[in-house]
Structure formats: C-alpha cells, structure tokens
Ligand binder design. Structure first.
Ligand code: AMP
Ligand code: MG
Length: 432
C-alpha cells in the first residue's frame, strides 16, 4: 500500500479541515496498484471438481484438439454431399457408426448410419439428420434433402486447438470453466490459496442474536446484523473467515483488536466506527497500528470508508485493512464495490477484471429528480415490463432493501433521471 498522500495534488485546494473526496474508481485504482497478490503467490493444487469459485494460479494449456476429430452433431446418415444432387436420392447404407466407434473410410456412393458424437468417416463431408431420411427395407436410405457440405459436422479443434491456453492464470473458476478444464483432461488445477480474512464489528449498541432475546433488549441496543452479512459475503467469495466479534467503542480495545486481526490474516474488514464522530475510533487506531491510505470516497452509500494496513507482530509484514461504514446497507453495497475487488486481486485476478461492474443498460421505471453530488448505488429490481424499479426506502439502514434488490442502479454524481431513460443496472448475481 502506498505511503503517498491520500489525495491527488491535482484536486483543487478545498477549505481547510474539509476532506477531499476520492472517486470510487480512483480509490480502487490506488488500492489495487499497491496490493500484492499474496494468495496467488502461494498456490495449492486441487482436484478440478473441488476448485469452483477459486482463482487459477497458472494457465491451463490444452495438449489436444477438442473435438479430437470431425464428428456429427445429429443422429442421421453421413455421406458425401455430391452423392445427393437432388431430394429423394437413394444410397446403400454401408456401415453403422455409434459414438465412440471409429468407422471405415466411406465407400464411394454410400451412406453411413451415424449417431451424435461419432466421428464422421473419412470421405464423408456432411450429415443428413434422420428426420429427413427414410431407411428402406433393402438396406438403402432415401435422403429427402440435398445436403450442403459441412452440415451437422462439428469440426476438429473448433472448440480448443492443441497448445492453446484455454483458461488463463487469474481466471475465477465458474462451473463452465471447470468443465472446459476437464474437456482438455485437467484432473487437478493450481489455484490461489483462500484469502484469510479477520472481521469485527464495532459499536457499544450491538448485541448478538441468541445472547439477548428480543423482549430482553435494553433500550438503545440493536442486533449485530453486519456480522452475518459480512461473513456470508466473505464465505461466498471463498474466504477463510475469522470472526473476532464485537469490539467496544474504545481506542485501546480497537487497537488491540486490530493487532489480533493482523496476525495470520491477509485482510481485516470491520464495520462501523469510521465516521468523524468522537465515538469513532477506527481511524486513529489504524493510524497508530499501521497506516491509513485513503479516507473518504465519493459514493453513496459509503462515504465514510477507510483503507489502509495494519502491522503484524515481529516484522511479519502487514495486513490490508478496510473499514466499512456501520449502516447495514452500506456494509452490503460497499463490500461488493470495494472488498470484493480487493479479495479477487489478492488471488491474482487482474485489476480490470476485479473492478469490473457489468452493467446492463435498461429503461428506468422511476424518476430521480434530486441527484446527489456523490455517485449513488441504489437498490433495484427489474419489473415484468423490463423497467428498473427502486425499493421505495433507500435509507442505508433499511436492510430489507438489500434482500428485495436484484441489482444496483449505478447513478453518476449529479445525474437526474426521468422514467424511460436508460440507466446502468448491475445485477447482484454478477457480483457473486
Ligand atoms: P457507525 O458507523 O458506527 O456510526 O454506525 C452507523 C449506524 O450503523 C448506526 O446506526 C449503528 O447503530 C449501525 N450499526 C453499526 N454497526 C452495526 C452492526 N454490526 N449491525 C447493525 N447495525 C450496525
Ligand atoms: Mg458506531
């Protein structure tokens, strides 16, 4: 992480004491530029079947062509197209080729009965599907279609050519990627080790479900929901999570929690306590135990957001630190926009990919007459008419909105919207 000043010098000077805001893109670029892919540097080899969601640490190179030979994509008859100059031509059936069997070279002027996946015999250049053929009792076939050369033939190497990189290092493994690896014979894959993440929640108002019953809650107390949201988000990204629980709003306790969290972890994620209030102790605690690279980010929700690093004991380097705001929706949104890219980058996903927000251009089913000066990410869904709908209460404390939402609308700073205009809809499923 950089020790350069947190704000670019090109930003116009602001009134003293008023922190300049960084854009989300600038903040992420600075954060990732400085982050070593420590998990990718310590790869482990897993059975391909167990590598879902992990990030490849080495290229997967194919040692063969896929398909290995021309084969048919239909049940039917293989022939030379030139032998059927008109509909209704009759050819003798000279052989039968099920999948997995290699037939004889095709005798001139004959057809081969063939089944999906079977190798097309030498000399045949087309397949006619069985629906347009009539097998006759004398062992011939009437072909009721004039074939075009190449029809229903899957070409050798049309998927993968021998020597090709089918999956590059830094690729996050989806089910389809696992299948592709298997299709070139990869039984094991080298992947980045799982990120080790420590989490804790700050706030004297917090109590744990199960420890205090709803009817026994003292005035002013709320349940610690962030702990569950964060743990779930981290697990979904394949992290090993150590939960340090609730840390009281005191400087020393916060510093002690940071020290404990730094040992043995790649990343520390916290919620709450990062505003400028006097009960917010994370900023000074991180400065005392490490360094704070960035402070405020021009996004909503999530303006109070802190990035930095915390020293490990005995010169064992440092753990990256992200302090998320306390509000439950802010936690959810800022995690997806900042922690997720960072976790992917630790595993070797290239920065451009890690920070990509795949947005769909969709018509707004709402008006947004009073835009914020910060870029906003609002909780939304796609209605049956294909228009984007907003959850009616966009308060950062209303966690119901995050459960209702299927995506976030990415609204630029100062952008007013009238219903019918195109907006950027980011499906949550794309940020899994
Ligand atoms: P803070 O950033 O600490 O000022 O917290 C902002 C808001 O988020 C306050 O209303 C807190 O009560 C709430 N909050 C903080 N941490 C949590 C948590 N772990 N679970 C639920 N709400 C929280
Ligand atoms: Mg607090």
């Amino acid at each position: 992480m950089s020790t350069t000043p947190p704000f670019p010098t090109s930003v116009p000077a602001e009134a003293p004491r008023r922190a300049a805001l960084r854009s989300l893109d600038e903040a992420l670029a600075a954060l990732l530029a400085d982050l070593a892919p420590v998990c990718a540097a310590e790869p482990e080899v897993l059975p391909t079947a167990d590598a879902l969601g992990r990030v490849l640490a080495a290229d997967v190179v194919s040692l063969l062509d896929v398909p290995p030979a021309d084969n048919t994509s239909m049940d039917g008859y293989a022939m030379r197209a030139a032998d059927v100059p008109r509909e209704g031509a009759v050819l003798p059936v000279s052989q039968r080729i099920p999948a997995g069997v290699v037939g004889e070279p095709l005798q001139l002027g004959t057809a081969a009965r063939i089944f999906t996946g079977a190798q097309v015999p030498a000399g045949a250049d087309a397949v006619v599907m069985q629906e347009v053929c009539e097998a006759l009792p004398d062992g011939t076939v009437r072909v009721n279609q004039v074939p075009t050369p190449g029809q229903w033939v899957r070409r050798r190497a049309e998927d993968v050519a021998r020597g090709a990189v089918v999956l590059a290092a830094g690729t996050r493994l989806t089910p389809a990627a696992l299948g592709l690896a298997a299709s070139v014979g990869a039984a094991t894959l080298a992947v980045a080790r799982r990120p080790r993440v420590a989490v804790f929640s700050t706030g004297d108002e917090l109590v744990m479900p199960g420890e205090v019953a709803p009817e026994a809650m003292r005035p002013g107390a709320i349940y610690n929901s962030n702990r569950y949201t964060l743990r779930g988000l981290l697990q979904a990204l394949g992290c090993e999570v150590d939960d340090l629980g609730i840390v009281p709003d005191r400087r020393e306790a916060t510093r002690a929690a940071l020290r404990e969290a730094a040992a043995g972890h790649d990343l520390i994620v916290t919620s709450g306590g990062v505003s400028a209030g006097e009960e917010d102790h994370l900023k000074p605690a991180v400065e005392a135990e490490g360094r704070l690279s960035l402070w405020q980010v021009a996004m909503k929700p999530g303006k109070p957001l802190a990035f930095g690093a915390v020293r490990r004991p005995e010169g064992a380097g440092e753990a990256a630190f992200i302090g998320l705001p306390g509000n439950p929706v802010s936690v959810f949104v800022t995690f997806l926009l900042t922690v997720r890219p960072l976790l992917l980058a630790l595993q070797g996903v290239p920065a451009a990919q890690a920070t990509r927000l795949p947005a769909l251009p969709l018509p707004a089913g709402f008006d947004w007459p009073r835009p914020d000066r910060r870029r906003e990410f609002v909780r939304a869904r796609v209605g049956d008419d294909g228009r984007v709908l907003l959850f009616p209460n966009q308060s950062s404390g209303v966690l119901t909105s995050a459960v209702w939402a299927e995506g976030l609308v990415d609204i630029a700073a100062g952008q007013a919207i009238t219903a019918g205009e195109t907006v950027r809809f980011i499906p949550l499923a794309a940020l899994n």
